[in-house]
Design a protein around this ligand. Structure first.
Ligand code: IPE
Ligand code: IPE
Ligand code: MG
Length: 247
């Protein structure tokens, strides 16, 4: 179904072993811009276009969910000018949800601590989520003011509150219970985490979910990341032997 000949780059993929959920650390926007003599914000704009392209490709090959790291809890430590530019860009994309998602079947969701985002952005997120919630295609989960440690801390707080209120017994708290308190609660397990730009770290991304994810790195800056790279990542994923601790 997804693999008719006309599906570019998808010929050699095994349709029965497509990663259900891919995490992407969209890194290298600044370096891409610098190399071109452009402001960093131009790199972020180009990166947003790349995400659209990659989401479209992933939807086509049968990926169910992408979690895209757009702004970390640590990114507030960048110069105010850059933080402002990132927030403006984000707002612009959310506001244009009708145009951005026209002709796609993508469901947009945002994860992360929204309390530090402006009211304007929060409203735009609500609108965009509502606008796409009736779609039935790939879930694009945008991680915004997201930190893996923050997510686990939040889960611990929520569990503690439920225990204190008598809704949950402390002894009954299991890995499954905790998973339900994560932002990714209703999503498939993360099978694959991709980081371009030549950095080999998680930078606080999906710490809980990464337990048995496969990792894939390359040194392409995110704005130059293409369908071809994504295809290679999935092909490599398909060659991995996922043992989950077994023999
Ligand atoms: C990733 O690109 C985007 C965000 C972190 C928001 P960078 O801005 O980190 O680009 P580099 O790493 O400086 O090249
Ligand atoms: C990770 O990239 C965060 C996002 C891509 C949103 P960074 O560029 O912030 O990560 P570090 O600082 O290199 O670890
Ligand atoms: Mg970076």
């Amino acid at each position: 179904m997804f693999f008719k000949k006309k599906t570019k780059h998808a010929e050699s993929l095994d349709p029965n072993n497509i990663p259900q959920h891919i995490g992407i650390i969209m890194d290298g926007n600044g370096r891409w811009a610098k190399r071109k003599g452009l402001p960093r914000s131009a790199g972020h704009r180009a990166g947003a276009e790349t995400l659209k392209k990659i989401v479209k490709y992933c939807d086509k090959i049968g990926v169910k969910c992408i979690t895209a790291y757009a702004f970390s809890t640590e990114n507030w430590n960048r110069p105010q000018k850059e933080v402002d530019a990132l927030m403006d860009l984000l707002y612009m994309y959310l506001q244009q949800v009708e145009e951005q998602f026209a002709g796609t079947n993508v469901i947009l969701r945002v994860i992360g601590d929204r309390s530090r985002l402006s009211e304007k952005i929060n409203k735009a997120i609500d609108y965009a989520e509502d606008y796409t919630k009736g779609n039935s295609g790939l879930i694009l989960n945008v991680a915004l003011n997201y930190g893996g440690r923050d997510e686990i801390t939040r889960a611990a707080q929520l569990v503690a509150k439920d225990v204190a209120a008598g809704r949950l017994s402390a002894d009954a708290v299991s890995e499954d219970t905790l998973s339900k308190y994560m932002y990714t609660e209703s999503l498939p397990e993360v099978d694959l985490i991709i980081r371009p730009s030549g950095e080999y770290r998680l930078s606080n991304f999906l710490l809980w979910q990464a337990a048995y994810a496969e990792f894939w790195f390359n040194n392409i800056n995110w704005p130059d990341f293409s369908e071809k790279h994504m295809e290679q990542a999935v092909l490599d994923y398909q060659k991995r032997n996922r043992r989950f601790g077994k023999v």
